[in-house]
Design a binder for this molecule. Structure first.
Ligand code: SAM
Length: 222
């Protein structure tokens, strides 16, 4: 079978699974259809793009599992008028989905090489409503705040206070919080000066490394 045919069939199969799991609404289904996930894999791995797995993207990082991405997006309720902050660009696949769903995406990635590659891939597909920054996203991106929606694709032990401060009144943030091995997805809604925090599914993400996440020193042996 030709690789392109295999990719088309596996995209159809993944779409059926996401539908069965009730992870689509009309916006999410359209975004899934439009974004070519295979463009975020290197040429040797393209045929794995529509398996429902997280996948190694180098530098000890992963492209997130499709079902987890769509669980997060469903909770995030992104609309075309929204300004979104994404922490942990990784491959750029979720950034592309957010470009389809929102007005503008600000995305922060800690690893320069991943940010550069994601930027190239998003440009190649033709997205213009995003900007990627290299830095410590655990502190958010104060310059363009507040954000209507914030999505974090790396785990911290508590909700970073800077991210709460940079969320708009009425805004929603989705993030994994817990230990290094396992976490729980939290859905945070900002209402006036308070936040409503709902615990959602169990999950497993790479660590958010930074000032308001896990400290970098923890990952270096002395
Ligand atoms: N959603 C991404 C995708 O679709 O490819 C996967 C993101 S990956 C699970 C998590 C990313 O968070 C990694 O690329 C990692 O380098 C990044 N990261 C970790 N700590 C960070 C920080 N403090 N600021 C910004 N990015 C961070």
């Amino acid at each position: 079978m030709r690789e392109e045919d295999f990719i088309r069939i596996s995209k159809d199969n993944l779409k059926k699974l996401l539908k069965k799991e009730n992870l689509f609404d009309e916006y999410l289904e359209r975004a899934f259809d439009k974004v070519p996930r295979e463009e975020f894999f290197d040429s040797r791995n393209r045929s794995n793009a529509y398996q429902n797995n997280a996948f190694d993207i180098g530098f000890g990082q992963t492209i997130s599992q499709p079902t987890m991405i769509f669980i997060m997006l469903k909770r995030l309720e992104v609309r075309k008028s929204h300004k979104v902050l994404e922490i942990g660009t990784g491959s750029g696949y979720l950034t592309a989905l957010l470009c389809e769903l929102s007005h503008f995406v600000y995305s922060v990635e800690r690893i320069q090489q991943l940010a550069t590659l994601a930027n190239q891939r998003l440009n190649k597909i033709g997205y213009t409503n995003f900007k990627i920054f290299v830095g410590d996203g655990s502190k958010g991106l104060y310059e363009y705040s507040p954000y209507d929606r914030i999505i974090v694709s790396a785990a911290s032990s508590k909700i970073p206070q800077s991210l709460v401060e940079q969320l708009s009144e009425g805004g929603i943030m989705v993030l994994p919080v817990g230990g290094l091995e396992f976490q729980r997805l939290l859905v945070v809604k900002k209402i006036g000066n308070t936040t409503n925090v709902k615990e959602d599914v169990a999950c497993r993400f790479v660590p958010l490394i930074g000032e308001e996440g896990f400290k970098d020193e923890m990952f270096h042996k002395s």
